[in-house]
Design a protein around this ligand. Sequence first.
Ligand code: F6P
Length: 568
Amino acid sequence: MASSGLVCETDAWKDLKAHVEDIKKTHLRELMSDAKRCQSMMVEFDGLLLDYSRQCATVDTFNKLNKLAEAAHLKEKINLMFNGERINSTESRSVLHVALRAPRGSVINSDGKNVVPDVWQVLDKIKDFSDRVRSGAWVGATGKALTNVIAIGIGGSFLGPLFVHTALQTDPEAAPLASGRKLHFLANVDPIDVARNITGLDPETTLVVVVSKTFTTAETMLNARTIREWISTALGPEAVAKHMVAVSTNLTLVEKFGIDPNNAFAFWDWVGGRYSVCSAVGVLPLSLQYGFAVVEKFLQGASSIDQHFHSAPFEKNLPVLLGLLSVWNVSFLGYPARAILPYSQALEKLAPHIQQVSMESNGKGVSIDGVPLPYEAGEIDFGEPGTNGQHSFYQLIHQGRVIPCDFIGVVKSQQPVYLKGELVSNHDELMSNFFAQPDALAYGKTPEQLLKENVPSNLITHKTFSGNRPSLSLLLPSLNAYNIGQLLAIYEHRVAVEGFVWGINSFDQWGVELGKSLATQVRKQLHASRKNAEPIEGFNFSTATLLTRYLEASKDILKEDCTVLPKL
Ligand code: F6P
């Protein structure tokens, strides 16, 4: 598509800017009293219910946001993505994570080639391999079954799989299939993470999956070499072939590392790291833990949302509505953050995953054409499961900064508990908070109400809640593999919608490079100073002083000429 000007120059953007004044005059209390408005702000799809009536927005706001979507060519951009065009222009790549969960037999082209058969070839290979490991047909070097898996990877090669694993752990369908098995994640290059992972693990019964799109990420590769050392020290170097497999787009480097290419599971450069959980990155470790059938359901849930996102009209399209709301909150109402608040402990790793999906995608300062943005893109994401968050940072959300909140609730608990004699079940107790918090934020509490309650006058301002704080509620019927896939795809596409409207490239991540290259310079210096006592050179006063202190104080801690592994 031909490049266009900045979206802030369009009439639709200017119209929304002007509209802010009207909205700021209206309190959510009034907006919520209009049942017709509220009804028009509820959308259902495939068992999910989205209620966005507690947004500081009217029906008119949505008409204007739709005009903004038109002005930003949102529909065309979504189509370009699904058509496999190279919309990640700075890396000249298409963006086809939707192909990873497309049903067998469907057609999604990249550069004129249908990629779906390749996707299914890898999925079939994963099914076969994971079945063999799980059944004990594939054993370790000493003939023992491999019941522990360590997935080594970071960023997109870690957070998505961790999110899904954490969500499935207590699912009544998935949990029994993981009986006797353990899935561990090693992400941080901090040796403490290595120690925590291998403590109590027996190399004889451990399978290692090295997950790296590039197979060059410094942290992952050092962790992989460390765990390879752990295996060879215990079982001999030839054991590595039985105990280490890989997931990567770079099969040449996989082989160079010493992993049999037959035990490598491919994916493609049209899958962004943070969008890769539906590739072998997530599917392999999760299939090893739960079996492929469960993971296939997860892919089906994501695919259902993909089709909805591609075809539903915008006024009923969950990711589009959510994306437009985020743009409204960030760019027009001036609320730069968003809290992701699942009322489900199983979703405790949703926020960390979405932090990467959203902030690495949309944390950009220039348009897709390289023009500096005169408005801010991206949003600051954070979150915790309710009710833990309520006892932590909700104070700020209720009386401090205005932070639009995503409340995510589940109708049927994965693990119901009801105690005889209790007023409600444990899940009802949890959900009481899910239903109460959005209204507390929207309505607040006025000084008049407090006076009526005989609150002492010196406490009135302290106990007043301004209200008028936006949130949305998403209700899931249950939390199984399918719903988890739906939730993942909703957030992925929501982020894309925001980026499409802001006119940025949501699929590159140049901002992570500078720190990596400076770390390379430090690594070289540390080596040179330790090995040859070379003086510190090329750093500013501050860094040089810190480095000197670090080197001097750790002289006797480091042994250079022998391998040291954790001793826990
Ligand atoms: O943090 C930068 C990044 O490139 C992410 O985009 C990616 O998910 C992560 O590093 C890991 O990369 P890889 O899978 O290539 O090891």
